[in-house]
Design a protein around this ligand. Structure first.
Ligand code: AHR
Length: 516
């Protein structure tokens, strides 16, 4: 072979590899949808922790910060746009220290206590059962109450359920009426304890199973209100917890939970906005591992519940970084960058794959705590900002109650320093309630634009619109002076030709497309 021909061949090969390295292939099986993506996957969590409730959601009627009956107007309006399906409260660890009677009745008669879990902050109980359930009504979401097993009593928990849901002439319903609420609320989701293996009582799974039986017995369904009973589940890799609970109380619970935080090293969590490229990749690696964790819990559940009657609720998840310098220790106030948005997208894409078992997920937490949707100024200026994670939840709204569609994905990957491969593309698809196809894709690469060919099998596509969330750097974030550094804009790089979509995804971006 002539030298010139050889070099042309080599150059062509090199070009092909380069182009190929930047291409990915997604095939959506649009006619194979079986399971609904429960809207509750897009659930939220609000604990009496730092400024999630006080200052974040609730400022009280007399605050100079604009409010409606004590609820921050700006925050509530922003949350309404997310169509929050379910809100978990009052904890977290706080739940097993919480005595609901402290939070009802005239505000000036409610006791002022110390929040033992979170920085010893003073808790004045001005936000209690009525304030929470009325907030859920304002947001149009289901309440998810976490009951106190750790330091409460069976009677206390049973009476709380009666107080909230009884419409008859019962002692607790009378007390509720005395406190100004005639009609009962509807409360579907009820958690019997939280992290019973840790802050919820340091129990063994065998001991907790017995406690569950006892508490559960006295939680009476009131006419017109059926509780969906959620057992306190495992921490990420504790598969034995799930096994024991499935064996001991599988017949009695509707679901059990699992908590999964994207934390690589609890001793060195790392900074929210200052991180290296490798730390970014390691974060994604930890985030993606949730798929293995869920799969293993599901496998254990399948052994005794092959019909998948029992739900697995990831009722706490999210990133957990060092607290922002200058903020109160124990308040878990952290910034939120484009990296957090990427984690949110990847996690949601994974939950979609398990719609037959994972029926709820609650990101921790709604405002000002951990991977929050919204941050409010801790100096009390009344400013607030939407985080990149908020934007992901907003962009993903159409997935709520949509039918999940299986897909095949082929893409390149990059190696993190621990040797694990991180795929450069993550993708999910569903048939939305209005009949359109929703496709979300993330380009995790920090250096490569990705051209993704999306084939749609079993459906015809005529029109595509979309939004993209991206920023110059992964470390970019929004603050009170620069509220729109990371925000979604219209996406124009998706082309439809002969039923195939060609999507040019910018470096480090999340794209959500609507195809009709
Ligand atoms: O979300 C913060 C805390 O993390 C919760 O209170 C607890 O359940 C978990 O350990």
């Amino acid at each position: 072979m002539k030298l010139q021909t050889l070099s042309t061949l080599l150059a062509g090969l090199l070009l092909a590899t380069t182009v190929c390295a930047q291409e990915a292939q997604v095939t959506i099986h649009a006619d194979q949808g079986k399971y609904k993506i429960n809207k509750e996957i897009y659930g939220q969590f609000a604990e009496h922790l730092g400024s999630c409730i006080y200052g974040g959601l609730w400022v009280g009627e007399n605050s100079p910060i604009p409010n409606v009956n004590g609820y921050r107007t700006d925050v509530v309006e922003a949350l309404k746009k997310l169509q929050v399906p379910v809100l978990r409260w009052p904890g977290g660890c706080f739940a097993d220290d919480y005595h609901w009677r402290d939070g009802i009745g005239p505000k000036n008669e409610r006791p002022t206590l110390r929040n033992n879990n979170w920085g010893g902050t003073i808790e004045d109980n001005s936000f209690g059962t009525h304030e929470f359930l009325n907030l859920c009504e304002m947001l149009g979401c289901e309440p998810y109450i976490s009951g106190n097993v750790g330091s409460g009593t069976v009677q206390e928990m049973a009476q709380w359920v009666e107080y909230m849901t009884s419409e008859g002439d019962t002692p607790m319903a009378r007390l509720r009426r005395q406190n100004g609420r005639e009609k009962p609320w509807r409360v579907k989701y009820f958690g019997i304890g939280n992290e019973a293996w840790g802050c919820g009582g340091n129990m063994t799974p065998e001991y907790y199973s017995n406690e569950f039986r006892r508490y559960n017995t006295y939680l009476r369904d009131q006419p017109g209100n059926r509780l969906y009973r959620i057992a306190s589940g495992a921490s990420d890799y504790d598969y034995n917890w799930t096994r024991v609970l499935m064996q001991n109380i599988g017949q009695r619970m509707n679901a059990l939970s699992v908590h999964y935080y994207t934390v690589r090293d609890w001793g060195r969590k790392g900074k929210a906005t200052a991180f290296s490229d490798d730390e970014y990749l390691l974060t994604l690696d930890k985030c993606l591992d949730v798929e293995n964790v869920i799969r293993r819990h599901c496998r254990i559940m399948d052994e005794t519940d092959p019909q998948k009657r029992i739900g697995l609720m990831v009722d706490e998840w999210g990133t957990w970084w060092d607290e922002e310098p200058g903020t109160i220790a124990g308040h878990l106030y952290q910034q939120n960058s484009m990296r957090d948005a990427m984690v949110a997208a990847l996690m949601l894409n994974i939950y979609h794959k398990f719609t037959d078992r994972v029926r709820m997920a609650n990101i921790a937490q709604m405002v000002n705590v951990l991977q929050a949707m919204i941050l409010t100024d801790q100096k009390g200026t009344g400013h607030m900002v939407l985080t990149p994670t908020y934007h992901v939840f907003e962009m993903y709204k159409d997935f709520q109650e949509a039918t999940h569609l299986p897909l095949d994905l082929r893409c390149d990957s990059v190696k993190a320093s621990n040797g694990h491969s991180i795929p450069l593309i993550s993708a999910t698809a569903a048939r939305a309630k209005d009949g359109s196809l929703v496709v979300a894709m993330a380009n995790t690469s920090l250096t490569k634009e990705q051209t993704v060919q999306v084939g749609i099998e079993g459906a015809t596509a005529h029109e595509v619109t979309g939004k993209v969330l991206t920023s110059k750097r992964m470390n970019d974030f929004n603050d009170f002076e620069h509220t729109d550094v990371v925000k979604p804009v219209e996406f124009k790089d998706a082309r439809l030709k002969n039923g195939t979509l060609t999507v040019k995804m910018p470096v480090g971006s999340i794209v959500v497309l609507k195809v009709k």
